[in-house]
Ligand binder design. Structure first.
Ligand code: WTA
Length: 656
């Protein structure tokens, strides 16, 4: 409840400047409301018209929505199209010589690629994949560094109708193995190594380890992009093939595979309430429409913009606002291989200046880490090319918002705080920057055609200022279609019985203020948000108990100044509870263990040992209590139902 109280104290309002408004696609609140009304009154023709305007179809669709098998909705069902055609071919006549990608490598080297060149590279790579026997419907795991090639790999899959499953390069071998198995992938596309912050990142070695863990017999090919001179020692002839060999001599044209609107475009795994990540399955046409339309509306896209989204292609943001949204709109974008602080904290600002970036889209965690380093860094650069700023992935605290607005945007640039999820595929709630005045910390109002609300357990809307569950009340084109291989889990998780299976349950709590603005409060399930990345507490717990020393583990989050949330683990060992130096040593061991099992992003900041965990007499772990302990708060809750109250003092003492 303290979150609700504090955010509602924020009353500052930042309307767009007249200058911004005049040039905007949606130039006033009235115009925004008119669009919303049009969408509400003629929901299907609103989306149908957009789909006809913004997508080039091989064969037009005859029906907008088929909801006869809800919640397995079908959009534009009998239409035929290809996503890569929509992102490349259709721009060539007018924009063939326009820059598609300005790639800046870790060491500062810049590569520029036009639409014509990108098209050529995608076609050659697509032909190469086909020559290796990879075909329509096959699943392909992409485990790549940020690069032009990562985009080429994804676009080439889309071109031949293969379903990509991008796995973030920070995930461990075991995580990769699980994802390969779940999807039954036939190939992996990777690089020998990545380069970030001056250090090499082993990618091929992780893939070798993953495939060595067993159960990945479906994999026939590992395609390796050569980024550095190292990292390819364990080469398996017959399975492994260099990217440059694969494309050698391949034709520069490749007829796109014409896909049904509802064919899966990709799977992207994300964390939920269980130990097993969910394969979020997106469609071809509905997803593409979401990416293209939201990019245009939310970023108020103009043809001469230089757009820069700092998200990795391993996350949904990198799918929708690196690979598909910008290319679908024939935009010019910056892609960056490295990190914001290498070689020093000038990097982001230097790049904005150098490439004359007009729209900058990043995560609050990145902003917070740069704030700590001081305004001197941005202040030494000419940031006057910027006209719009954006944030994504987690709530932004008002202090960080104001810094972003004043120091980076010089008070001139609207900030679009965009709320959405892997499951929604594209931005759902965000200010249309020429129309909606912003408030620091609020993602403001839903996009036209997105029917969002906040409801209580019975599905009834809550009053302004009251917290509740965020739902979307009507299906929309870019919504997740199913969980790969688990339609029952899809139904249960996202369209629960409590709401008669009618509302999409986002899994976030939120409230609305007197202007109808949305304020996101956090997850209602056991999912943490660490540096804008979703992590399931159950996943980390299963990783911990897989360690031979561990008997039991419970994981909770605690607030963290930069990461938003940090992971705290309470652990019971099989032997005696360690103390002093021993405890430190085992804690460090367990931290590396989690990094190795899942990835460094899931590593606990803090591990505490107890003889036991606080449980009710029926054996349920009292997580609320653990959260209070992790935050160092005084325990005010009733602990009389606790099996072993003495355990609390022990866990509190464990605070280091
Ligand atoms: C959180 C990232 C507050 C939220 C695109 C959501 C946000 C989860 C915001 C999805 C925002 C995302 N304000 N919270 N603007 N954007 N979230 O799937 O809890 O990685 O459910 O998608 O991030 O994370 P995901």
């Amino acid at each position: 409840m303290s979150t609700i109280d504090s955010v509602l104290k924020e009353t500052r309002l930042f309307p767009p400047s007249d200058d911004f408004r005049r040039r905007a696609l949606v130039p006033s609140l009235d115009a925004y409301h008119a669009l919303c009304e049009q969408a509400d009154d003629h929901y299907l023709s609103f989306w149908g018209d957009l789909a006809r305007e913004q997508i080039s179809w091989k064969k037009p669709f005859s029906r907008v929505l088929d909801d006869s098998n809800a919640p397995f909705f079908k959009w534009f069902d009998d239409g035929l199209l290809n996503v890569s055609y929509n992102c490349l071919d259709r721009h060539l006549a007018q924009h063939g010589n326009k820059l598609a990608i300005i790639f800046e490598a870790d060491d500062g080297a810049v590569t520029r690629v036009t639409y014509a060149e990108l098209h050529r590279r995608v076609c050659q790579f697509a032909n190469g994949l086909k020559a290796q026997g990879i075909k329509r419907g096959d699943r392909v795991v992409v485990y790549m560094p940020m690069s032009i090639e990562a985009v080429v790999a994804m676009q080439a899959c889309a071109r031949i109708g293969a379903i990509h499953s991008v796995v973030f390069g920070g995930f461990s071998a075991k995580s990769v193995q699980e994802r390969i198995q779940d999807a039954g992938a036939v190939a992996v596309i990777t690089a020998n190594e990545g380069l970030r912050g001056g250090k090499s990142v082993p990618l091929k070695a992780v893939i070798d380890e993953a495939l060595g863990l067993g159960g990945c017999e479906s994999i026939q090919r590992v395609v390796v992009f050569q980024r550095t001179n190292g990292g390819a020692s364990d080469w398996q002839e017959g399975r492994d093939i260099w990217w440059h060999k694969l494309t050698e001599g391949q034709p520069e044209q490749c007829e796109p595979e014409w896909m049904n609107a509802e064919d899966p475009l990709f799977i992207l795994y994300t964390s939920g309430s269980t130990g097993k990540p969910k394969g979020i399955q997106h469609s071809t046409a509905g997803y593409l429409l979401g990416a293209i339309n939201s990019f245009r509306m939310v970023f108020d896209y103009k043809p001469n913009d230089v757009f820069w989204c700092t998200a990795d292609v391993g996350w949904i943001t990198g799918h929708s606002y690196v690979c598909y949204g910008p290319l679908g709109n024939a935009a010019t974008q910056v892609i960056f291989e490295g990190v914001p602080t290498y070689p020093d904290a000038h990097r982001f600002w230097q790049m904005i200046e150098k490439h004359k970036v007009t729209i900058f889209y990043t995560a609050p965690t990145a902003i917070r880490s740069l704030i700590k380093l001081g305004a001197d860094f941005p202040n030494q650069h000419d940031l006057s090319s910027l006209r719009l700023l954006g944030t994504v992935g987690e709530p932004i605290n008002p202090e960080a918002w104001i810094w972003y607005h004043e120091v980076v945007g010089k008070g001139r640039c609207p900030i679009v705080d965009t709320w959405w999820q892997t499951e929604t595929g594209s931005v759902m709630i965000a200010p249309l920057p020429g129309a909606v005045a912003t408030k620091p910390g609020s993602c403001t109002l839903p996009l036209p055609g997105v029917i969002a609300d906040i409801v209580d357990e019975s599905g009834a809307p809550v009053e302004p200022g009251k917290g509740g569950m965020l739902v979307i009340k009507k299906p929309f084109p870019s919504l997740v279609r199913t969980i790969w291989g688990d339609p029952e889990r899809f139904k249960k998780t996202y369209f629960p019985e409590e709401f008669n299976g009618k509302y999409y349950l986002a899994g976030d709590s939120a409230n609305r203020d007197e202007h109808g603005y949305f304020w996101i409060m956090g997850r209602i399930d056991d999912v943490l948000n660490v540096s804008g990345h979703r992590l399931g507490t159950m996943e980390i717990e299963s990783a911990l108990v897989a360690n031979p020393l561990v008997a039991e583990a419970a994981v909770v989050g605690k607030p963290h100044e930069i990461k938003g949330e940090a992971v705290v683990a309470f652990v019971v060992l099989k032997g005696q509870r360690p103390t002093g130096e021993d405890a430190k040593k085992i804690a460090d061991q367990l931290k590396s263990w989690v990094a190795h099992e899942i990835g460094k992003i899931a590593q606990p900041d803090d591990i505490r040992f107890g003889d036991n965990l606080p449980k009710t007499r029926s054996g349920k772990i009292m997580r609320r209590l653990l959260r209070a302990i992790a935050r160092g708060e005084e325990i005010t809750q009733d602990t009389s139902t606790l099996e072993n109250p003495a355990i609390l003092t022990q866990l509190q003492e464990g605070i280091r």
